[in-house]
Design a protein around this ligand. Structure first.
Ligand code: SF4
Ligand code: SF4
Length: 510
């Protein structure tokens, strides 16, 4: 039953698609921990933002939970050792993005001993100031587990005076991803306690957990956990119907509140903050157990997997290892997708490593991946417009990006595209629309970066010029001073000579 307050209801949002669900094939077994892999490849930068300062070097032995990098900036998330072992160095390791590209990763060879660094819980969190909790979550390496990996501390901090509600998003949009459902089934208490901790950190009074209306026993588990924690007054459970992409941040807010996040605004402008349910459980582990974020549940599923299931994987575990733990591949796998078929990223191989945002690995076989249809010209049918949940004009954005008019596409709010793939799914011309949007965003980001670099170079050049001018002036002042001194001493010497001549003259006088 949806726990709406009087006058509340579940609202719709524009566009979206009803998709066939396949989550249950991975939910037949409990979540399991796979054996330790031979090596972990912990990406130096998994979150949105810069990488932290490296604290370890090759050959160093580390303990489970020990910090591998550090930062004093909310947007730079530190990494921790997922298990004990030896650091082998930092290498460029295959990454999901950019496709086929690499990113620096810390290589850790586990020793199998699971020796832990001393845990650092935050005692009495209910009595702590909001900033103290946010600082603790930052040190524990929290970033969103929903996929976007936005640094949690940066989301919580900011002194939003009207913030009243933390929304815990358990409504996963993608049709195969079941990790959040399994987390809520098996660790409902951790999710609720984590939600209360996040609410305290954001100085918000309420927690709303959004779940899908097809999640069966999840609702009952959450209710039991809430009762056990005595949190009936603070936490509500709301059920949303499964229309893709309901789990998007803006869409879930609109479904629950009926209000739209302003195009150039943030959820905080409406008094709410959205966190994934996995992030809430990780916040609880960090505060209550003193364990940094070193693992997450990953759904390994699809017709190309022998035993689809959910695995509790250490950050840095190669996906090939998880596939083995799920019984290996079955049939002729033609496509591997990280995330899901709608908004996921096609992988070049399974050697990439698990990050905080890795929620699902989907293996599709030849039967589910018919040959790609030839792309035809746009016929202006507007089917994409009707499907777009962000109220954009997908066909206009496509034409502008295709023509290389990136700034014009930005004027048409390209940045608001959530890359949900609804437009591409309904396009009768089979245009890979989302690929164009991703490319357009990359170009704009690159241009912004180039502009920022140019501005930085200009600032540096100006600063250098000013420094040189200051040094020149100082040199001139010193030279003048030297000349003055010289003149003074010449004058004094002259006077002394004159005085000596005068004295000599006086002596000569009879
Ligand atoms: S759905 Fe495809 S063909 Fe139709 S308007 Fe959009 S881009 Fe053009
Ligand atoms: S991918 Fe972007 S443009 Fe297409 S439907 Fe989703 S939000 Fe709209």
């Amino acid at each position: 039953m949806d726990e709406a307050l009087p006058g509340e209801r579940i609202h719709g949002f524009p566009g979206g698609l009803k998709l066939e669900h396949h989550k249950q094939i991975a939910c037949r077994d409990p979540v399991e921990r796979p054996p330790l892999p031979e090596r972990l490849f912990i990406p130096m930068r998994q979150h949105q933002g810069e990488a932290g300062r490296l604290l370890v070097e090759a050959g160093e032995r580390v303990l489970k939970g020990q910090a591998l990098s550090a930062s004093g900036d909310d947007f730079i998330v530190p990494e921790h050792a997922p298990t004990s072992g030896t650091i082998e160095g930092v290498i460029n390791h295959p990454a999901a993005l950019p496709p086929g590209g690499t990113r620096p990763a810390i290589v850790l060879r586990p020793d199998g001993e699971e020796r832990r660094a001393p845990p650092r819980p935050l005692e009495n969190w209910r009595e702590r100031a909001a900033d103290e909790i946010v600082d603790h979550l930052h040190r524990a390496g929290l970033a969103g587990l929903g996929g976007a990996m936005f640094p949690t501390a940066a989301k919580l901090r900011g002194g939003w005076s009207d913030l009243h509600t933390i929304i815990l998003n358990g409504a996963v949009c993608e049709p195969w991803s079941a990790c959040d459902e399994m987390l809520m089934r098996e660790c409902a208490r951790d999710v609720i306690e984590g939600g209360l901790i996040l609410a305290r950190a954001a100085s918000a009074g309420h927690v709303v957990i959004a779940i899908e209306d097809r999640m069966g026993r999840v609702e009952e588990k959450l209710r039991d956990a809430r009762r056990a924690l005595g949190a009936e007054q603070d936490v509500r459970i709301r059920k949303v119907c499964t229309v893709y992409p309901e789990g998007g941040e803006r869409q879930i807010i609109q479904a629950l509140t009926g209000r739209e996040v302003p195009h150039d605004g943030l959820p905080q402008d409406l008094g709410v903050v959205v966190h994934n349910v996995g992030t809430a459980a990780a916040a609880r582990d960090a505060v209550v157990e003193g364990q940094p974020l070193i693992e997450r549940i990953v759904t390994v599923t699809g017709p190309g997997i022998v035993h689809p299931r959910n695995l509790l994987a250490l950050i840095g575990t190669p996906f090939s290892h998880l596939v083995q733990a799920a019984g290996g591949y079955r049939g002729h796998v033609t496509r591997l997708i990280l995330g899901g078929p709608m908004s996921g990223t096609a992988l070049a191989g399974d050697d990439i490593a698990v990050t905080r945002g890795s929620n699902c690995l989907l293996a599709l076989t030849r039967e589910e991946t018919p040959p790609r249809q030839p792309t035809l010209p746009c016929i202006n049918c507007t089917a994409c417009v009707r499907a777009c949940p962000a109220k954009l004009l997908p066909q206009t954005l496509f034409k502008l990006v295709e023509a290389g008019k990136y700034e014009a596409a930005a004027e048409y709010d390209l940045a608001d595209c959530i890359e949900c793939g609804c437009c591409a799914a309904v396009c009768p011309s089979h245009i890979p629309l989302v690929d164009f949007y991703k490319h357009g965003k990359d170009e704009l980001a690159q241009r912004n970066l180039d502009q920022r670099r140019a501005a930085l170079a200009k600032r540096r050049h100006e600063a250098r010029e000013q420094r040189l001018a200051r040094e020149r002036e100082a040199r001139q002042a010193r030279r003048k001073e030297r000349e003055k001194k010289l003149k003074r001493s010449e004058t004094e010497a002259q006077s002394e000579i004159q005085a000596a001549i005068e004295r000599a003259r006086q002596k000569k006088k009879p």
